[in-house]
Design a protein around this ligand. Structure first.
Ligand code: FES
Length: 454
């Protein structure tokens, strides 16, 4: 598999005019209607069309190292059991008893040989089969009722390089097709170690009083970085590091999106920078050389030195930057999103190196870092303020503007991360999906957007 290590260029110029999007290439206008952030009707439609039909990130196989390990998760409002069965197979069941509906797993996580529902004591093995229950002979017929009363698995579960995704739609395309060219970037994350990557112990959990799409916009938007994160930039300067978004670009991967800062350097375990400390220098430089030797000069250098922020539509953000963070989004209401995040590291990384990784991660990303609180403030301030224009029908008033850099798209120049090309790409995909046209139809790099009416 080869990486798409070039920015995308959009060549077609078909405007989109729907209930939520106004795209006018002649006028250089791309607008998003603010109902997209505040409407319960839109939220319900997203649950049905996006969370109900696409592939959703559930977790990483290394979170369940031992047979019987399980975690309780929630995707699109549906409580799930994420589990490794007694034979080592990764599974996902609805966390709702097939008897009368109670939650079967009431602990957040654990290890179990059997899962026992507390209400009437039905007990399931880790493959979901109903194995024991009080008074089984009270059920009519022979024992076959057990076969139809096991835990309900989700419609589809697939794993790609240890990243586990589920779909609630039996008709969803195979995961690999859904990931499209974005799979190559997931490969790059997985290839950072010759012996595999694992989720480090510990979870970040917080809520944003903001619509989930504001969190996606923020992650894929290089434009806000310098004005919003002044404190972080000053910290970098004090520690001998300089950073710039110059030269960074985006690549459009069907439904998904990757923002790349090439030649950044300064990655834990891959490329050293002064703030990591002299003691780490030799180990990090050795790791970088190993990666380039294993993957070749072009792919290895792109992996080791390029920062990447990835959005896998809809609920997975991967920050493949100084450290690697997996961030999962769960919309709770139009104005409320739960965020769960983990750090990813090579399986064989020494504890002191993982410690540095975690310290660096939390100093930037996370509810106590130097970046995420800035971002949360922006997202929540938007959510509070978009109510201001609700119902004002005048042209352009109740709309957000996302038109920066449209001239680059119009002229077919490479798409830059500082422009809003990635944000526009997300909105085109979202608009297709929420209007029931399917995920990403006609939205790949180089394709024009559709123009269907809602
Ligand atoms: S609801 Fe689970 S055993 Fe009755």
């Amino acid at each position: 598999m080869t990486i798409t290590s070039e920015p995308s260029q959009r060549t077609a110029r078909v405007g989109r005019q729907t209930r939520f999007i106004r795209e006018d290439w002649d006028a250089g206008i791309f607008r998003v209607h603010r109902d997209a952030f505040r409407s319960q009707e839109v939220f319900d439609r997203e649950r049905e069309q996006i969370w109900g039909r696409g592939w959703l990130y559930l977790g990483h196989t290394t979170e369940l190292p031992t047979p019987g390990d399980y975690k309780v998760r929630k995707l699109g409002g549906r409580p799930l059991i994420f589990l490794r069965d007694a034979k080592g197979v990764i599974r996902a069941f609805y966390n709702s008893c097939p008897h009368r509906g109670t939650a079967v797993c009431r602990e957040e996580e654990g290890n179990a040989r059997h899962l026992r529902c507390f209400y009437h004591a039905w007990t399931f093995d880790t493959e979901g089969k109903l194995v024991t229950l009080p008074s089984p002979d009270a059920y009519p017929g022979d024992d076959t009722f057990r076969d139809r009363l096991g835990l309900r698995p989700v419609a589809q579960l697939e794993t790609f390089r240890d990243f586990v995704f589920v779909s609630f739609d039996e008709g969803a395309p195979p995961l690999r097709d859904y990931l499209g060219p974005a799979a190559e970037y997931l490969e790059l994350v997985a290839d950072q170690s010759a012996v595999g990557m694992r989720v480090l112990p510990g979870t970040q959990r917080y809520t944003a009083r903001a619509n989930w799409k504001l969190l996606v916009e923020n992650a894929m938007d290089g434009y806000h970085f310098a004005p919003s994160h002044i404190t972080f930039l000053e910290y970098l300067k004090r520690t001998g590091m300089t950073t710039s978004d110059e030269g960074s670009w985006v690549t459009l991967c069907d439904n998904h999106l990757v923002s790349v800062q090439p030649n950044h350097g300064g990655r834990i375990g891959l490329a050293w920078e002064p703030r990591f400390g002299e003691a780490e220098k030799e180990r990090i430089e050795q790791n970088r050389a190993e990666i380039i030797g294993r993957l070749g000069e072009e792919r290895g250098t792109f992996l080791a030195d390029g920062f990447k922020t990835l959005h896998f539509f809809p609920n997975l953000l991967l920050f493949d930057i100084e450290s690697i963070s997996i961030r999962m989004l769960e919309p709770v209401a139009p104005d409320l999103t739960e965020v769960t995040a983990w750090a990813l590291a090579p399986v064989d990384e020494p504890p002191e190196a993982s410690g540095l990784r975690l310290r660096t991660l939390v100093s930037f990303i996370g509810p106590g870092g130097l970046a995420t609180p800035d971002d949360l403030e922006a997202q929540e301030a938007i959510q509070r303020a978009v109510a201001a224009t609700a119902g004002d029908q005048r042209e352009g008033v109740d709309w957000n503007d996302v038109s920066r850099g449209m001239d680059d798209e119009l002229e077919g120049r490479p798409l830059r991360a500082n422009d809003e090309a990635g944000v526009r790409h997300f909105w085109r995909n979202w608009d297709e999906a929420v209007n029931g046209a399917g995920l990403g139809a006609g939205n790949g790099a180089g394709n024009g957007a559709g123009n269907g009416e809602a």
